[in-house]
Design a binder for this molecule. Sequence first.
Ligand code: NDP
Length: 453
Amino acid sequence: MNRAARNEIETFMHGLERRNPGEPEFQQAVREVAETLIPFTLDHSEYRNAQILERMTEPDRAIIFRVTWQDDSGQIRANRAWRVQFNNSIGPYKGGMRFHPSVTLSVLKFLGFEQIFKNSLTGLPMGGAKGGSNFNPKGKSDNEIMRFCQSLMTGLHRYIGDDIDVPAGDIGVGAREISYLFGQYKRLENRFNGILTGKGLEFGGSLVRTEATGYGAIYFMENMLNYRGDSVAGKIATVSGSGNVALYAIEKLNHFGATVVTASDSGGFIHDPAGIDAEKLAWLKDLKEHRRGRISEYADHFGCEYHEGERPWRVPCELAVPCATQNELSGEDARTLIGQGVVSVSEGANMPTELDGVNAFRSAGVLFAPAKAANAGGVAVSGLEQSQNALRISWSREEVNERLRTIMGDIHGKCVQYGTEYGATKGSVDYVAGANIGGFIKVADAMLAYGAV
Ligand code: NDP
């Protein structure tokens, strides 16, 4: 990178950090984008003159509200909730809701900002948003979860709508929570419409939505490997997490003939060198989706190793798929993986790799799929759920899966196009640059067309 571009990035980031103090996750997400976008905008003065990146890093609005609810012992509890409506230039706001004690405005701004690019890459008309609460669903009864969701929707319902903002699930928000939220919206508004995605199949949900993010991350990985004349088949894979994204990433890796040897949760990871095959995966799904148990129980049940308080990145593998949370794979982890011969990394989670790790993978020539591209399958099928709701029809499993595969292939195509032209290393595909530039152009062109709004 030349000196002018470097100076421009540092000046831009200095201003952003000054305007957004105490928001490390948001600053990290913007820096990752600025590193590849600013050199691009230096060659495209129309975007610079219209201050597109400055405007894109400022949310349209952030709504903050209190959620008061009563626990099973009769105690009154209060949590904080947010909805960050970041950018609706190419469609209504769209993005998940996260319930986790680590949720802050900074975390939701990083997620909402990334969502703008991700949604644009899908080719569907969706703007970027994110929301959630510092509520901890762990250990809560179904009734407590219901009361919390009903109270949250009472605060949120006036700000959302099928042509305004359509939330979905994320960490801590699965089928159960979406059902409670939708039930309360319907009661308050007396309207049955597609204001949330990830709904149950009985009330407007789409087939393959549950599987979409995990499947999509592996479709993308297969696309990258195929483009290099290789494939997922026969390779050893490590996966982190054991939630929605991880379980279906493992399932698709199995379909494609890989052997998945790890899974984790916030307590630690299991190492099963024989592989988490279909039978063991069915057991794990039941543990996590129905019994809400811990990953250590897998090790007890199947007699393999459990490493408490650790992440799986020192286990040798050719494929690595981080599917738990942000910043779960450090620069040191990346160098360990590279040293052990990792060929491809696909980010199922959002921003799981620290910037140092991203750059290590890029310079080592690892096929690295950033979250914006790799995990876009979830929101893509959410977009398909919205289309089915608007048309009042339901597509078959095969049809939705085929559309998902096509969308992931198209996103790969965009990354190849822009990542070859503008990537740091000539002659190879820089998927980070490709996803950032490919996602940026459509939104930026819409913003240019609108003028100063
Ligand atoms: P889930 O709540 O279903 O699962 C999250 C998994 O990650 C659990 O195994 C959880 O363990 C683990 N985890 C969460 N926080 C931490 C932590 N701080 N340290 C270690 N492990 C942790 O969430 P999802 O699978 O839906 O989401 C996972 C990631 O994928 C997130 O980054 C999310 O933003 C991203 N994503 C999700 C999409 C979706 O469709 N669901 C779409 C696109 C991205 P434990 O149970 O012990 O907390």
